[in-house]
Write a protein that binds this ligand. Structure first.
Ligand SMILES: [Zn+2]
Length: 60
């Protein structure tokens, strides 16, 4: 079963990561990166919206 090294962010075959040497217990694909992506998308949309407001305010 393929495990996941959170330090290197890469799949690892076996109990020990051959890159950083960390011993891996399980392979949980945490939903945290997805939350971060969602947070970044929301932040970008908010910034674009504020930029649009600023530009429309400067035009008048
Ligand atoms: Zn590693």
């Amino acid at each position: 079963m393929t495990k996941w090294c959170t330090t290197c962010d890469r799949p690892v075959d076996g109990d020990t990561c051959e890159v950083c040497g960390a011993s891996l217990q399980e392979a949980p694909r945490e939903p945290v990166p997805l939350k971060w992506k969602f947070f970044i998308v929301v932040t970008v949309i908010y910034l674009i919206w504020r930029l649009y407001q600023l530009i429309s305010w400067l035009m008048h």
